[in-house]
Every structure is written in C-alpha cells, then in structure tokens.
Design a protein. Structure first.
Length: 290
C-alpha cells in the first residue's frame, strides 16, 4: 500500500503501532494484577479456613522435681504428680513436655521449647511440683542443682513463675495461660536466710490467666501420705470427673480443687485461685477453646 497517497507517513504508522503495543501491554499488566489479587484473596481465604478448621493448640510444660541434694530426703510426690498429670492432659488433647528432676538449664530450655510452640490461639499450661521460694515479691521454681545460701541465689538459680508467664505473653498466647504451682513446701534453704518469708509470694495473673497454688501466699503445706500430693489428687479428680458442662471449665476445676483440699485438711491447707480470664476455658479435648 502506498501510504503517501493516503497522507499517512511511515512515522505516523510507527507511532500508531507503538501506541497499540503500549495499550496491549497495559491491558496485559492489568489482567496480571487482577489475577494476582484474586490469587492472594484465595490464599487468604484458604488460610482463614484452615485456621478455623484447625483446633486451638493446647500445650503444657510439666515439671516434677524431687531429688534436691540439700534436702534430707527426696520428694517422692512431685515426679509421680508430673507423670499422672501428663497422662491426664494428653488425654485432654494437650501437647505435653514433661521434665523430671530439672536442672536450671533444663528448665530454661523447656521454657524456650514452650515459647516456640505458642500460637495466638493457644491454651498454655504450666505445672511445677517441687520446692518454691519467694524472693523480691516473686515466686521462684527451684531446680535440683540450685545452690542457695541467700536471697540473691534464689533469683540467680531459680526460675520465676512470672518470667515464664511473660515469655508466653511475648508470643501472644490469647486464649489462656493456666498455672498449677504445687511448691508451697517448707524448703531446706530457709534456715540459711537472715530474713525469710515462708511459702510463695502472691502471683498477680497477667491478662487471660488462671493460677492455682497449693497454699495461701506466705503459708507452707506438709506433704500428705500417698503417692500424690493432695492438690494434684483433687485436681485430677476434678479433671477426670465431669457430670455437668460447667465441670469442664478450667476455672470451675481449679475452684473445686481449692474447696476439696481445704475441706480435706479442715482448713489447714487452703489453695489459692487467681483469675483474669476473659472467657470460659474448657479442658475437654472435644470442647471449644473458649
């Protein structure tokens, strides 16, 4: 075709072709962006559906310490208690990390493992059986290799309950943080302190937490006869016995345990329950997280 007769220059044709090409590229890029947006939306929807279908995680750290070199004789109940509670919690769908006769390093590594498992929807439970000491208004779980002669040694060698709760909080455990502290025993270190406070310090629960301790703050409790502590015996009874929906609620279980221990000892041992839960947390494996 002779473009000169039509009054159209070759330059105009080239410009027109370039414009057509640019429009085509723009249309193609727009289509690609739309596809990416649709793919991203589908991915988000799939992730949300998967999250909704996946049950809330239940994780627990269970520590039973019995063989303390400074004690006159080993504590037999904490390890038995840790094993029995581990079996019960696993039956309730918990992923349980159990540690027996834990050293300070063992306890710190266990806390790191616990922290790594925490999801925003996790129900996290901590159990400690053994010797506990209060120092600086905090309650410390004592490892079996602790060397304690003064209060500063407690802070150095012990692991505070508050520090574990803070570690879990850093990971954003939203559903609940449950603590059972069976450590209100008369410990072998108290005679070494110039000033000493018996038992454990009050533990203020952080957001969405439920805490059960074996005795009133500042009080000690003697071990009962039998393979298990009285606190764990009654706790297991309440976890394993459910004749009503409310019996599966963690707060009801803890409160019923407190009442049962107090009655069994005629008020000589009164556990403490502290709660900041914002909703019911149920321990049954088939129950919802809240």
């Amino acid at each position: 075709m002779d473009f000169s007769r039509l009054g159209i220059s070759r330059r105009s044709v080239a410009i027109t072709a370039a414009l057509v090409g640019m429009v085509s590229l723009a249309i193609g890029a727009h289509a690609a962006l739309n596809k990416r947006a649709l793919d991203a939306a589908k991915a988000v929807a799939t992730e949300q559906a998967d999250r909704a279908a996946k049950p809330a995680s239940r994780i627990a750290l269970v520590i039973g310490n019995g063989h303390y070199p400074d004690a006159n004789s080993p504590l037999t109940q904490p390890i038995n208690d840790a094993r029995a509670l581990t079996a019960s919690l696993r039956g309730e769908g918990f992923d349980v990390d159990v540690v027996e006769d834990a050293t300070r390093d063992d306890m710190h590594r266990a806390v790191i493992r616990l922290k790594a498992k925490v999801r925003p929807d996790s129900v996290v439970m901590l159990f400690f059986g053994g010797y506990g000491v209060q120092a600086g208004r905090q309650s410390y779980m004592i490892p079996v290799d602790a060397t304690i002669w003064k209060e500063a040694d407690v802070r150095r060698d012990g692991v505070s309950v508050e520090s574990v709760l803070e570690a879990v909080k850093e990971q954003g455990a939203a559903s609940a943080k449950l603590v059972v502290l069976d450590a209100s025993r008369r410990n072998p270190y108290e005679r070494r302190f110039r000033t000493f406070s018996h038992g454990l310090a009050p533990i203020s629960p952080p957001d969405n937490a439920l805490i059960l301790t074996s005795a009133t703050p500042g009080r000690v409790a003697d071990d009962s006869d039998g393979p298990h502590s009285l606190l764990v015996t009654e706790l297991l009874n309440n976890i394993n016995t459910r004749d009503a929906d409310t019996a599966a609620a963690a707060e009801a279980i803890f409160n019923n345990t407190r009442i049962a221990v107090s009655r069994a000892t005629d008020g000589a041992q009164v556990p403490t329950v502290s709660s900041s839960l914002q909703e019911d947390i149920r321990l049954g494996a088939n129950d919802a997280g809240g």
